[in-house]
Design a protein around this ligand. Structure first.
Ligand code: NAD
Length: 364
């Protein structure tokens, strides 16, 4: 009998994305799976139930969670919903099992084999499954649009009958996936864009997007293409140079992160206080504590005329494209083990072995 796959309707407040679109449902059906979609699961992203039915899915009923072999989601279901899943089912999504002890316990109690996609190794083969990248792209884009919306000025240079308007000076802090998309977006809006990062290779990437690399004299390339934490001296030097530079900046978009750690604090309270009134800071790192000391996650505040926004779940704001990308990532990942209507795990495949949670289980 074909395996049953359940696409959950997201329960987290404000979450509009969905883990499978009609496009990926069609592909899963072609892979021999039987698909059930919770009613309304795609609505937040513009996919109506009928579109899923047309793609070959059926609507899930009350009993479906207890029967599904494979469950797809964006954010993790809560412990109560996990308790409704079939014993030993497989769950795929951005699950963060360590972030919440009750969630981790519920997954273990149910014997759920979880694949928290944020753990996926970032190898070339995994690129098509990399949810961190696909969702960060949308987040970086939206962060700049929010900044443009909050800023009391134009981004582009304008020559008008009422005089010339100089372009906004935008600084993007952190030039990973989100930061590079932010640079590209601010550039398209006509701003003068600078970016900085502690990984030296970002200079070329920033410049290739038309941005200017802001050299703060600190280089901290770490393992696996990620940044390492800065030493105290490095951090002090970065801070000193940045404080001076920020006085001339109109808009800052913060995207710096170090995997598995709280966001590095880069913009201190005195730096915010020294910025020009009318400046705007959008802190995309708010979710992990923020790069700016003034950031209040989920809020937009004003400090001496400087607006500081800490928006959360920016990828959900672009739910249509974020879901299209996320669902393709998910499909590509589950294609590693869903074939001809059955689930088969090849634990020699590092993408499966390194992504699974719990990591170590009894011999297979
Ligand atoms: P991330 O979200 O962990 O961090 C964002 C950026 O913040 C990084 O560029 C980091 O260097 C920077 N940063 C950290 N501390 C900083 C500080 N104190 N000051 C300034 N900047 C700071 O990273 P990400 O965007 O997910 O990815 C980063 C790296 O991973 C890149 O090299 C990217 O090319 C690589 N990557 C590889 C793959 C793949 O091959 N599959 C996929 C995605 C990303």
């Amino acid at each position: 009998m074909a395996i049953e796959v359940l696409v959950l309707k997201e329960a987290a407040p404000g979450e509009r994305r969905v883990a499978a679109t009609p496009e990926t449902v069609k592909k899963l059906v072609a892979a021999g799976a039987s698909i059930k979609v919770e009613p309304g699961a795609g609505l937040g992203a513009g996919f109506v139930d009928q579109a899923y039915i047309d793609a070959g899915a059926q609507m899930a009923t009350h009993d479906t969670p207890a029967q599904a072999d494979l469950v797809l989601c964006v954010q993790s279901p809560d412990p109560a919903a996990i308790g409704q899943l079939k014993q030993g089912a497989t769950l795929v999504g951005m699950l963060q099992p360590q972030a919440d002890a009750a969630r981790g316990d519920a997954l273990k109690a149910r014997g759920i084999l979880s694949f928290p996609l944020e753990k996926l190794p970032r190898t070339t083969r995994a690129q098509a499954m990399d949810v961190l990248s696909s969702q960060a792209g949308m987040a970086g884009y939206k962060a700049v649009l929010i900044a443009a919306q909050l800023a009391p000025r134009f981004f582009p240079m304008l020559t008008t009958a009422a005089g010339t308007i100089r372009p906004s000076k935008v600084l993007i802090v952190g030039a990973g996936v989100a930061g590079l998309q932010a640079i590209a977006t601010a550039k398209r809006l006509g701003a003068q864009v600078e970016g900085f990062d502690v990984r030296p290779e970002t200079r070329e990437q920033i410049e290739s997007l038309g941005g200017k690399f802001l050299d703060l004299g600190v280089s901290a390339a770490g393992e696996g293409g990620y940044a390492r934490q800065l030493t105290d001296e490095e951090r002090a030097e970065q801070q000193r140079r940045l404080a001076e530079h920020l006085k001339g900046i109109d808009v800052v978009v913060c995207t710096a992160a170090v995997p598995g750690r709280p966001a590095p604090k880069i913009i201190t309270m005195p730096m915010v206080e020294a910025m020009k009134p009318g400046s705007v800071i959008v802190d995309l790192a708010a979710e992990t504590g923020g790069n700016c000391e003034a950031t209040k996650p989920g809020q937009t505040i004003e400090l001496n005329g400087v607006t500081v926004a800490g928006p959360l779940n920016l990828a959900s704001m672009g739910a249509v494209h974020a879901s299209e990308m996320y669902s393709r990532n998910v499909f590509n990942f589950v294609s590693l083990f869903v074939k001809e209507g059955a689930i088969n795990f090849d634990w020699n495949d590092e993408l499966l072995a390194k992504t699974r949670w719990p990591e170590v289980v009894a011999a297979e």
